[in-house]
Design a protein around this ligand. Sequence first.
Ligand SMILES: NC(=O)c1ccc[n+]([C@@H]2O[C@H](COP(=O)([O-])OP(=O)(O)OC[C@H]3O[C@@H](n4cnc5c(N)ncnc54)[C@H](O)[C@@H]3O)[C@@H](O)[C@H]2O)c1
Length: 328
Amino acid sequence: MAVLVTGGAGYIGSATVEMLRAQKREVVILDNLVYGHREAVFPDTPFYEGNIGDAELVKRILGEHDIEACVHFAAYAYVGESVTKPAVYYQNNVVQGLRFLTTLTEAGMKRIVFSSTCATYGEPQRLPLDETHPQHPTSPYGASKLMFERIMQDFDTAYGLRFVALRYFNACGATPERGEDHDPETHLIPLVLWAAQGKRAHISVFGSDYDTPDGTCVRDYIHITDLASAHLAALDYLQNDGASTAINLGNGQGYSVLEVIETAREITGKHIEVKMEPRRAGDPSRLIADAKKAREVLGWQTRYPALKEIIGTAWAWHEAHPNGYESS
Ligand SMILES: NC(=O)c1ccc[n+]([C@@H]2O[C@H](COP(=O)([O-])OP(=O)(O)OC[C@H]3O[C@@H](n4cnc5c(N)ncnc54)[C@H](O)[C@@H]3O)[C@@H](O)[C@H]2O)c1
């Protein structure tokens, strides 16, 4: 029995595939490589290059492999771009996603772990954010993920689909072999490390007058190895007939932008030039997860909650892959 991983050539998907394989689980990957990397895929893992919305291809995969469950990472995930190109985001994340889910359920595949996001909550009304917090996304990206959660709920009612929607906070870190190589890159930690490597002249910090200890935004950073282990636990939960549910995946503690930069200076021993800029519209001052449910329902424990370890693993990967996957 195999697990179908969509988006398995991407950042979090490839790290999850690595862990599934380490646990001797059979894996099949579907990724169109719009953002993923062929080099991030193990050469001996069955890999299909194509679109999740391609029903013929998905049927072929289901025919060629004994798929017991799916982990669905494939999506576009640039919040800012989703504001200027909402059609692209709804088309990929919702329309193609719905086609995919329809093909799966028509073939009788009833278990799915879905990459959702804290962006489905929108502006926090209280902190830390637990799963009962109202969901009012402020971007088309967040809305597209919320729509998919809703579609899965309705498929549960009508067709008996069982899902776990994992709402990640800020994914970060690396394994020795798999790291963050997005183009364009918008995430803080890789950008800070690029500045340390001299690939960028400076790192911009947007806003220093927030209501936080040092005035910069505070975010909840969660290591991709910890995300991966939660996906394995969610697959076991579904296999043991767990009911459909949504679960936050976060560290439970926040780190400010300046803390991230200072820790990166310590770890890399490099000078990192900082440029203070005005606030960006729509950035909440703090986003922190309440991850109690993940511990209680999935028995999940984080291995890399400390910022030093998170940045240390990311730095090791960036040093070994100075041009990302291109150089591997
Ligand atoms: N990175 C984060 O901090 C974060 C936070 C919350 C949620 N998420 C979600 O986690 C998932 C993975 O994120 P990531 O950072 O690894 O992104 P990523 O871009 O590295 O990986 C996504 C992968 O999906 C593939 N893909 C996209 N659309 C596809 C389609 N229609 N058909 C086939 N393949 C397709 C891309 O080629 C890519 O390899 C996404 O769904 C994202 O929304 C990420």
